[in-house]
Design a protein around this ligand. Structure first.
Ligand code: SF4
Length: 664
């Protein structure tokens, strides 16, 4: 590299360094500097490192700066992976360009999202040309997307205001691995997915999300060649989410959606290139019918059921019928495949779907498969998925990492460790590292620079029954209602179940009417998450009731979020098929699943939820943990020691006084 070297890391992060000169309010933080130095050393020594960085450490700067310095000085290519698309946008459009500007460097950067975010011109044209719409508004929306397509350069549909997050038209205007024609597509030269991927391949720094990172590591999609460039450094932010996402990539799934889309695409193709073969449409209808029969058998939506509990002669018969119908469709498509690229692609998809079903069937009785993997069925409103995933992905993930060019991997998050079982063992990374096979990775814990002793208060109410008690919800909500009413700011109530959330909503609505209590009660599901959080922020003293998806990624500063209430310790339901199978497997291998799996997972979730409270050095607030097991059971100590150190009280009046002082 001919460009000149940047100052060293301590100088860059110092109070008169380039970052301080560029960013108003930048202050030198020991934790941030320590993280940046550790990463610089890991890059130099080609090591991997796991870093837990408490809220307020400034971890994004701490990893981006040494990574960019290594690009500037040694031409290292970088992949940054985050948990969500929002974080991806924030990194790509805000942090990355700002830091590059501060350092006066200009690497080639690229933002790459999953293909389902980009407009597929081929499918848009095909959908418009079909003339088959369930309503006039569908056609209007498609036409507005068409107009938008003439103004966009990226094709990123998340920027198209005409297409809402849950609009059913997404699948009409985006592609999947299965239906994309790749190099055979007549619109390949204009293809946004191909362009975005080419840009990523040519870039020095690529910002992706975990799904895409894993897709590149595990699936190696066809049709477009490589997905991501060979990078020297992979920086995984929000790393606590990675293992759960990885499970789905190392498994296998058969979805009704994939088959229904195949049928729809076959019909669309047939309308233009195989009008004379009426049997094609007849066959797709029969496949759809077979899928609907199976969906009907699975019953209620929103359930996950272990295959062993659902398998029956009736299901076996319906699956056999589906296989026969898919075989007929595949044969019919084979006869027509030469008539268009689209029909040829549909033929391949039918063969793939059939093969997945056959594989599921062949593997179902193998003892080795039953020991090491779990199969279950998930039901949705209109469809279902049959999923099989390995119980342990550590070895597979390690192997995938070894196949990558990168020598340095960073795994960072505010929540990847927990307090050890003994007082002496302060932070334990073993659960996180074992899940991903990161045996050699170095460890570093950086506590939050916030003064939790002064900024926060932890309250564990007295006199609550065991959470399994039928009266538990009524009892804890009665205890915390005076706190909610006394809080001059906003209260965020995090639940471990929808049932409890709805029950408390009903009780508090009633209490509000009776007491003339005029706080706005916002409830998850009433609006999209971002809008609900925006309303909560704007109200300043609202009450927001929410479950798991709100335990992470909510950032509301100041009085608007001054009290976080958690209904009980967030143990994952042991009947969730993957957890249930892991528990059984651990028992068989002589391990204690409660201590080695359920507690560590619940600690990470609790730390995430608690992390919503103090968001900057000025923030103040109360964390209310409503679970008597924190005090009554010996493992409660591990939960409490894993939280930032804050004063504790069991007295409600102390909490009320603390909150009332906030508005002064
Ligand atoms: S190559 Fe694939 S994603 Fe691109 S326009 Fe064609 S079908 Fe759509």
């Amino acid at each position: 590299m001919s460009q000149s070297d940047l100052p060293d890391i301590p100088q860059l992060f110092s109070s008169d360094g380039l970052l301080a000169q560029a960013f108003t309010g930048f202050i030198q933080r020991d934790e941030q500097l320590s993280m940046a130095q550790t990463i610089a050393q890991a890059i130099e020594q080609q090591q991997s490192v796991c870093i837990e960085a408490g809220t307020g450490t400034g971890k994004t700067f701490a990893y981006l700066v040494p990574a960019l310095k290594s690009w500037q000085e040694h031409d290292k290519k970088i992949i940054v992976s985050t948990g969500t698309k929002n974080l991806q946008d924030q990194l790509f459009f805000r942090d990355l360009p700002n830091i590059c500007q501060a350092l006066s460097i200009s690497p080639k950067t690229a933002l790459l999202k999953g293909r389902n975010n980009y407009l597929c011109e081929y499918r848009l044209e095909q959908s418009l040309g079909s003339g088959r719409f369930q309503s006039r508004s569908m056609l209007d929306t498609l036409q507005r997307v068409k107009e938008w397509s003439s103004q966009t350069s990226s094709g990123d549909l998340t920027q198209c205001s005409d297409l809402g997050d849950n609009d059913p038209l997404w699948s009409y205007v985006t592609s999947t691995n299965e239906n994309c024609l790749g190099g055979d597509c007549p619109l390949y030269d204009e293809c946004y997915v191909a362009k975005a991927r080419q840009k990523a391949i040519d870039a020095d720094v690529v910002v992706v999300n975990h799904h895409l990172l894993l897709a590149d590591m595990v699936l190696k999609e066809d049709g477009f060649g490589e997905l991501l460039p060979d990078a020297d450094l992979v920086m995984v932010d929000e790393a606590h989410q990675l293992a759960d996402i990885a499970h789905s990539f190392y498994g296998r799934r058969f979805t009704s959606r994939q088959v229904m889309e195949l049928c729809r695409d076959t019909e669309l193709e047939a309308m233009t290139t195989a009008k004379d073969d009426r049997q094609l449409t007849v066959t797709t209808r029969r496949v759809e019918g077979a899928i609907n029969e199976i969906r009907l058998l699975f019953g209620e939506s929103g359930k996950k059921t272990n295959w062993n509990q659902i398998a029956s002669p009736k299901l076996q018969k319906l699956l056999l019928e589906l296989k026969a119908e898919l075989k007929s469709l595949s044969n019919r498509l084979e006869m027509n495949a030469s008539r268009s690229k689209g029909l040829d692609s549909c033929h391949r998809r039918a063969v793939d779907a059939l093969q997945t079903l056959v594989l599921f069937d062949e593997q179902k009785d193998k003892p080795s498969q039953q020991e090491s993997a779990v199969r279950w069925v998930e039901t949705y409103r209109q469809g279902f998925a049959i999923i099989e995933t390995p119980l342990d992905i550590a070895e597979a993930f390690e192997q995938s990492r070894n196949e990558q060019a990168a020598h340095t991997w960073l795994f960072t998050s505010a929540t990847i460790s927990q307090a050890g079982e003994s007082e002496a063992q302060q932070n334990d990374f073993s659960h996180f590292k074992e899940k991903l096979g990161l045996h050699q990775a170095k460890e570093l814990v950086l506590n939050s620079p916030f003064d939790y002793q002064k900024q926060a208060l932890l309250h564990i109410p007295r006199g609550l029954p065991d959470p399994r008690d039928r009266q538990y919800i009524e009892k804890w909500q009665e205890q915390v209602l005076p706190i909610v009413q006394a809080n001059p700011g906003g209260t965020f109530v995090l639940f471990t179940s929808y049932f409890a959330m709805h029950k408390v909503k009903d009780l508090w609505q009633q209490a509000g009417q009776e007491a003339g209590f005029d706080r706005q009660l916002l409830v998850q599901g009433e609006k999209p998450k971002n809008e609900l959080i925006e309303d909560f922020r704007e109200q300043g003293n609202a009450i927001l009731l929410a479950t798991s998806s709100f335990w992470e990624g909510v950032d509301v500063k100041g009085l608007a979020l001054s009290c976080v209430i958690i209904d009980k310790l967030p143990f994952t339901a042991p009947d969730e098929p993957l957890i249930e199978a892991k528990i059984q497997h651990m028992r068989k291998s002589g391990k204690n699943p409660f201590f080695d799996l359920q507690i560590p997972e619940a600690i990470i979730a609790l730390k995430q939820g608690a992390g919503r409270l103090i968001r900057d050095a000025q923030d103040k607030g109360v964390l209310v943990l409503c679970d008597p097991r924190l005090i009554a059971n010996h493992y409660g100590k591990r939960f409490l020691q894993s939280l930032p150190p804050m004063p504790r009280t069991r007295e409600q009046q102390v909490v009320i006084n603390f909150l009332q002082n906030l508005s002064e």
